[in-house]
Ligand binder design. Structure first.
Ligand code: FAD
Length: 359
């Protein structure tokens, strides 16, 4: 293959949607994926994960999610869907290619992988996900906790926790889902800094994504305007709130500190704990961009996914990079099309070399 017009790093939904957008514009594309398959992180998420969006709102551009459009697909269905999506792309997808560095090379880039291969192109789009670096906040005494501490990224099933006293830290979807499913096996307390913000999954009889699409909320390009990004509410068809109300999952304000195996709460009371699960979110890992001057605090400097410091560089798949839906199956395709259009038309070195008809 002659040199590509663009290199996409990461073969999850963001990388695949970006590749689709590039191919749609007739641009030669190489997609580099670290893993064995271009299916993103989905196989590594917990076993019982079902999507918070119905199938009809869980598609990438050009391929509807199969089956009953009103059901909430399981994690493994997403893996199958992404596998089929990748197979239908007429793209050069190279698996087992973990990118280690992206360096400036004239008015383009050279991308190096852990196998020592290099690929050059005038445009690079980082699509390695907003959830690749588990965030572990420094909680008082956590380093001296004598039980087990794990991040929600390492949680798969509830059975290993049977009979234990477990504290789940966090107020988001993962924290609440994990706490609710653990409650049948363990004594569970959800520890949160602020009360969990529940939103009904089906207000007025329709899924919340229907209303969001109807009023155009998902499309609002407001991500870059927000100084602090609001945490997503927990979508609940009723089961989670019922579990908390029934006392199967206790909910308490964040503990003040930990001594050995004892957790002390703000009112001075204490509980013993065997395991603490940190459902405290994720950050992107784009360390391969380090040498470009494209990052601040390890996060890309960008406006709506287009680098503000490095011409020809884009990113797709970051939380709130453009809209509320940026880091979701339903929203990432719009962001990918936007970033590709911007890179192909407004960055002169890319425009000169990218926007010629494919020869
Ligand atoms: P990933 O899926 O993380 O894919 C990134 C890819 O990049 C991976 O394949 C990885 O191997 C590869 N990679 C990483 N580093 C390199 C490198 N240096 N070189 C080459 N390749 C590399 N969204 C929804 O729409 N609905 C949901 O119900 C939903 N549930 C979620 C539940 C959890 C627990 C989490 C964490 C997220 C959820 N999301 C959901 C959000 C989002 O859709 C997923 O996180 C999704 O996996 C993000 O896709 P991505 O392509 O951006 O990143």
């Amino acid at each position: 293959m002659t040199d590509p017009h663009a290199i996409v790093i990461g073969g999850g939904q963001a990388g695949l949607a970006t590749t689709h957008a590039l191919l749609t514009r007739g641009l030669r594309t190489v997609l580099l994926e670290a893993g064995a398959e271009p299916v993103g992180s989905w196989p590594r998420y917990y076993d019982n994960l079902t999507l918070f969006s119905p199938a009809r709102y869980s598609s990438l551009p050009g391929l509807p999610f199969p089956g009953d459009p009103d059901r909430y697909p399981h994690r493994d269905e997403v893996v199958g869907y992404l596998r089929r999506y990748a197979a239908r792309l007429d793209a050069d997808i190279r698996t087992h290619h973990r990118v280690t560095t992206v360096a400036r090379d004239g008015d383009g880039f050279t991308v190096r992988t852990d196998s020592g291969d290099t690929v050059a192109a005038p445009a690079v789009i980082a699509a390695t996900g907003g959830f690749s670096r588990p965030h572990r906040p420094a909680l008082p005494g956590l380093d001296r906790f004598t039980g087990t501490v794990l991040h929600s990224a390492d949680y798969r099933t509830p059975e290993p926790f049977t009979g234990q006293r477990v504290i789940v830290v966090g107020a988001g979807n993962s924290a609440v889902q994990i706490a609710a499913e653990l409650a049948a096996h363990a004594t569970v307390t959800l520890a949160t800094r602020a009360p969990v913000r529940f939103e009904p999954q089906r207000p007025f009889g329709r899924d919340v994504h229907f209303w969001s699409a109807a009023v155009g909320f998902d499309h609002l390009p407001i991500g870059h305007l927000l100084r602090s990004k609001p945490a997503s509410p927990v979508l609940d068809a009723g089961a989670y709130r019922a579990a908390i109300a029934a006392g199967r999952t206790g909910q308490r304000r964040m503990f003040t500190h930990i001594e050995g195996s004892t957790v002390r709460w703000p009112d001075g009371s204490t509980d013993e704990a065997d395991t603490i699960i940190l459902a405290t979110g994720f950050r992107p890992d784009v360390s391969y961009l380090d040498s470009l001057g494209a990052l601040r605090d390890r996060v890309p400097l960008h406006t709506r996914g287009v680098s503000t410091t490095v011409p020809g560089l884009g990113c797709v798949g970051l939380e709130w990079q453009r809209s509320f839906a940026s880091a979701t199956l339903r929203g990432v395709g719009r962001d990918a099309a936007y970033v590709v259009t911007r890179l192909a038309t407004t960055t002169s070195p890319v425009r000169r070399r990218c926007c010629q008809p494919v020869g």
